[in-house]
Design a protein around this ligand. Structure first.
Ligand code: MG7
Ligand code: MG
Length: 324
């Protein structure tokens, strides 16, 4: 249902060509008309229909830093803690060398990979069992990387809080690292929920991960069904999805099919080889973009229209504490 020219000329219709960040060379769209249509639905629907679902590793953190320092993943941050038992690092590396090639194998079907990934996460949990671990060590580790968030992350999260838009940070990594890093970077706000794998303790000792296990192939809203967060967001049918891995494109699977979902993919590794797959999986593909400029621009458009409708700031302009 394309609008005709005169409908588009109506005041307030947003055109792709008028959104500078979407006209950059490194911003690719398979179907820019579809993107334009969804953006206009988002703008018309306003903040109360929006939700954001984002991956964490290399989506909220940078894929490439200005100083060239590599950013570890959330699992990597934990694994580098000095107080872990000697054999832990050795064993966890063995698992990595066994299972990571399977994870990235371009030939094995996903249906076959799933069991291996479940094995990997299960065995990692078993290794993280039976010894004491002080979470303040994790805070010390993550504090070294709080500057490795994408440029504009604070501004984006500030806008999301002000507009009371729920943010689900969905990570198949280690939730404790995710929360610790986000807290230290001051973006762990009341509208933000982290669903991930959290360390479990029993009698003061580590006891693997809490349930349910979140691995790369069940990282979608179906694992949330029936939960508190699902209840909070299932009526918010305008969804921005952000991720750096192909699997992240499906993070909103499980929401009602009538929803409008705009998927933003950050592509960095093997750009040429991956381009086609990313273009098919995501609506907007950003090549080596280490900023939040695109989601910020979308939020700014939604915010601007919202301000026009509520000029006295009676609605959504004050940061109301929407505790999730
Ligand atoms: N990943 C999954 N597991 C581990 C682990 O035990 N150690 C390390 N270093 N990495 C792990 O954020 C999800 C990513 O985390 C990796 C159980 C996988 O490569 C996965 O893509
Ligand atoms: Mg990622």
């Amino acid at each position: 249902t394309e609008l005709n020219a005169s409908q588009k000329d109506r005041v307030g219709y947003v055109r792709i060509q008028d959104i500078p960040v979407l006209n950059q060379d490194h911003c690719r769209m398979r179907d820019s008309q579809r993107v334009e249509r969804i953006i206009n639905e988002f703008v018309c629907g306003g903040p109360e229909r929006m939700q954001v679902v984002s991956d964490f590793d290399y989506t909220i953190t940078k894929q490439r830093t200005d100083d060239g320092v590599a950013v570890p993943s959330s699992f990597g941050i934990f694994n580098s803690c000095k107080s872990l038992p000697d054999n832990f690092k050795e064993e966890i590396d063995k698992l990595f060398h066994k299972y990571h090639p399977i994870e990235i194998d371009p030939h094995m079907p996903i249906s076959e990979k799933v069991q291996y990934m479940i094995e990997w996460w299960t065995q990692s949990g078993k290794l993280a069992t039976g010894f004491a671990f002080d979470l303040t060590e994790l805070d010390q580790m993550t504090s070294q990387f709080k500057h490795a968030l994408r440029d504009g992350t604070h501004e984006l999260f500030d806008a999301l809080l002000r507009l009371q838009i729920p943010v689900l940070v969905f990570s198949a990594g280690l939730g404790n690292s995710v929360v610790s890093l986000m807290e230290q970077a001051n973006i762990m706000q009341p509208n933000v929920k982290v669903v991930s794998n959290f360390l479990r303790y029993r009698d003061g000792l580590l006891d693997g991960f809490q349930e349910p296990m979140i691995h790369i192939f069940n990282k979608n809203e179906t694992v949330l069904e029936g939960g508190e967060y699902y209840e909070l967001v299932h009526t918010r049918d305008h969804i921005i999805v952000m991720g750096d891995s192909l699997g992240d494109a499906d993070m909103a699977a499980g929401v009602p099919s009538s929803s409008h979902i705009l998927k933003i993919g950050f592509l960095f590794h093997h750009v040429e080889a991956n381009m086609e797959k990313y273009m098919n999986a995501f609506d907007i593909v950003l090549v080596d973009d280490q900023t939040m400029s695109v989601p910020q621009a979308l939020l700014a458009l939604i915010d601007k229209r919202h301000q026009l409708r509520h000029p006295h700031g009676s609605n959504g302009t004050a940061p109301v504490q929407a505790q999730l």
